[in-house]
Design a protein around this ligand. Structure first.
Ligand SMILES: [Zn+2]
Length: 258
């Protein structure tokens, strides 16, 4: 991963993302889907509280990969925004393809662009807490710092959304700790991993991103893209191709289990 060093936190995200992908492959998404804490029990969703304006119910602290949409479900996840240039383009493509996604938003970004957060929610997508500072070394930091990063972001996101809470927590770069997973879960945020890294941060070209998704989607349903942190034109172009392709293959767009 040495080639990623020195690029700032975006580079570190990619490096850590690959590690998480490898971990996910090793432990298998199918194991995750069989997890009894995965929220797939009959009636589990019916009894789950709405995300809006209620005290959040505790959820599992295990890192989720599976989809509520079942074995042919795909979880599109969009990280690091919202961003006034790229988020509207992503939202338009999702709408055009009838797709729902999970947006892992950074607290100050949400605070700066509350209208975009409200648009995300109004379109039926879900929110995920992606901390305040996007520190990919959070797993080496004191618990007080981890708590501040998660809970301050949650206040920013919930205020920006008009009261709609994050239903997931994704540690920047996958730098989860047992403490941060438990803390997030106790506030109603299921820790969220990923299976397929589009590697859009490396800007390999839209075709390469599409090829990565096509090649790896059979290994697990949760796909990682970004709508901020630089020029995301390739990401938009890749989504324009990959969303219709997924539908053609018989996949449906869903949300990660909670
Ligand atoms: Zn991120």
């Amino acid at each position: 991963m040495a080639r990623h060093r020195g690029r700032g936190w975006h580079g570190r995200v990619v490096a850590a993302a690959l590690g998480v992908t490898a971990l996910a492959a090793a432990t298998s998404v199918w194991t995750a889907r069989a997890d009894p804490a995965g929220g797939r029990q009959p009636g589990a969703r019916a009894s789950a509280p709405a995300a809006q304006d209620r005290a959040p119910a505790k959820v599992s602290a295990e890192i989720a990969h599976a989809s509520e949409a079942g074995d042919r479900g795909v979880n599109i996840t969009i990280d690091d925004g919202p961003d006034p240039t790229w988020t509207p383009q992503v939202l338009r493509l999702l709408k055009d393809n009838g797709a729902k996604a999970t947006f892992c938003v950074v607290g100050p970004q949400a605070e700066a662009h509350p209208d975009l957060v409200k648009e995300i929610v109004a379109a039926g997508h879900r929110l995920c807490n992606h901390t305040v500072s996007h520190d990919t070394t959070m797993d080496t930091k004191p618990e007080a710092y981890q708590s501040q990063q998660i809970l301050d972001a949650e206040r920013m996101i919930t205020k920006a959304s008009g009261g709609v809470r994050s239903q997931y927590y994704r540690a920047p770069g996958g730098a989860f700790t047992p403490y941060s997973r438990q803390l997030a879960a106790s506030h109603g945020m299921r820790p969220l991993g990923w299976n397929v890294d589009s590697r859009d941060f490396e800007r390999p070209g839209a075709d390469a991103m599409v090829a990565t998704v096509k090649r790896e989607i059979s290994g697990g349903p949760t796909v990682l893209f970004h709508d901020a942190g630089g020029d995301r034109a390739q990401t938009v172009a890749a989504l324009r191709e990959v969303l219709p392709w997924l539908k053609q293959q018989g996949y449906s767009f869903g949300f990660p289990v909670r």
